[in-house]
Design a protein around this ligand. Structure first.
Ligand code: FAQ
Length: 329
């Protein structure tokens, strides 16, 4: 029914447009996914691209803080697990770049936007990993936050993004468990190890709370993205879910969340918590966090060092295409 309406619109361009818009709106209302070949408003396409490319870049830049510890993981087993996790993040980046490409933007263009500093990636990856406990804490808190954000996105309105996130979320669950296991080992270890776990929690708590984006009162995209089901919950709702889920985990570990205002509110059934330092968040997003420059430098070097691989792959593909053409002739 949908195809027929779009392909054989009655009347002029204006009417055809509004028929397409009506079909699009109806699909959104009825939670029928929008697919790459479907008509979509330009603003929807742009908003999706902005979010998916930001997400893809986050997965790729997000390999750096933990990758920093692969050679220093405390045992062969921990090293293997960490290597697998970091490789998973690379895979997530690739599924997401592919999902973004279905909207008409080539990966090279997205990479160029990242390397030139025009495209964003998650603020959380601009903090340093100073100790092994930081690696565990990233898995526990950062992957934990990512799961809370991304499980609802498996039901978002754009098919390729929603489907990519099904696998991403399964892998993030494993990442969260491995992080919790590292922190648990340290928290239940020697007093020095416990202190190391507490120190990592002290440094990563607030940046993790800020990962969900600015407060709803300052979010530019909450309203439209939620209307289009590109986001299913607001930043503050997801943040609350994260705090509610994580506080009991910290208690089980015998660690203290660094927030003097944190308390369980019987009347709401939620934890009330303090206000993050939003000035710090905006500074980091603008490029002035502790590691922003290092992160972009590392990505630029990786891109330049990988030029020969891209050239070789392209030459190989061209040669195969030429051979196929001559075989067919
Ligand atoms: N960092 O109006 P809103 C992971 C920007 S993946 C930097 O609320 P929106 C896996 C935002 O882009 C983590 N910038 O925006 C992993 C916008 O600027 P723009 C990434 C941020 O898009 C684990 C402006 O502020 N996950 O962790 C941030 O509706 C371990 C206004 O904000 C995703 O990307 C931030 N934290 O909501 C990997 C999930 N927050 O674009 C390795 C998908 C906001 O107009 C190791 N994304 N901004 O220039 C989303 O759900 C949304 O994009 C939000 C932001 C919730 C992040």
């Amino acid at each position: 029914m949908y195809t027929q309406l779009v392909e054989a619109p009655e009347g002029g361009i204006g009417e055809a447009r509004s028929a397409e818009q009506a079909i699009f709106d109806d699909k959104i209302d009825r939670s029928i996914t929008i697919e790459p070949s479907d008509w979509m408003p330009d603003a929807y396409r742009k908003t999706l691209l902005r979010q998916i490319s930001q997400h893809a870049h986050s997965e790729i830049v997000g390999m750096l803080p933990e990758g920093n510890w692969i050679s220093r993981a405390p045992s062969l087993e921990r090293k293997l697990i960490l290597m697998a996790k970091v490789q998973d993040e690379a895979g997530h980046g690739l599924y997401l770049y592919s999902a973004a490409e279905t909207l008409g933007t080539p990966r090279d263009e997205m990479t160029e936007a990242l390397l030139s500093g025009r495209a964003k990636y998650s603020s959380i990856f601009n903090y340093p990993t100073l100790t092994w406990a930081d690696v565990g804490t990233i898995g526990w808190l950062v992957d934990g936050a990512a799961i809370i954000n991304q499980i609802p996105l498996t039901r978002c309105s754009y098919g390729p993004y929603a489907r990519a996130l099904v696998r991403v979320c399964k892998e993030e669950s494993f990442h969260q468990r491995q992080g919790f296991d590292i922190v648990s080992t340290l928290a239940h270890g020697s007093p020095e190890q416990h202190a190391m776990a507490q120190d990592a929690l002290n440094r990563w708590w607030w940046p993790s709370v800020m990962m969900f984006g600015p407060p709803d009162s300052e979010s530019q995209h909450n309203e439209t993205s939620m209307r289009w089901k590109i986001k299913l919950f607001s930043n503050d709702d997801l943040r609350q879910k994260f705090v509610d889920q994580t506080v009991p985990q910290a208690e089980a570990l015998g660690l203290t969340i660094p927030d003097p205002d944190l308390r369980y509110d019987e009347s709401t059934g939620h934890y009330a918590f303090g206000t993050p330092d939003w000035q710090e968040f905006y500074d980091v997003v603008k490029g002035n966090g502790p590691c922003n420059r290092d992160r972009l430098r590392a990505r630029r070097e990786a891109y330049d060092d990988g030029a020969w691989v891209r050239d070789a792959a392209l030459a190989h593909a061209e040669k195969r295409a030429a051979r196929a053409t001559s075989d067919a002739a």
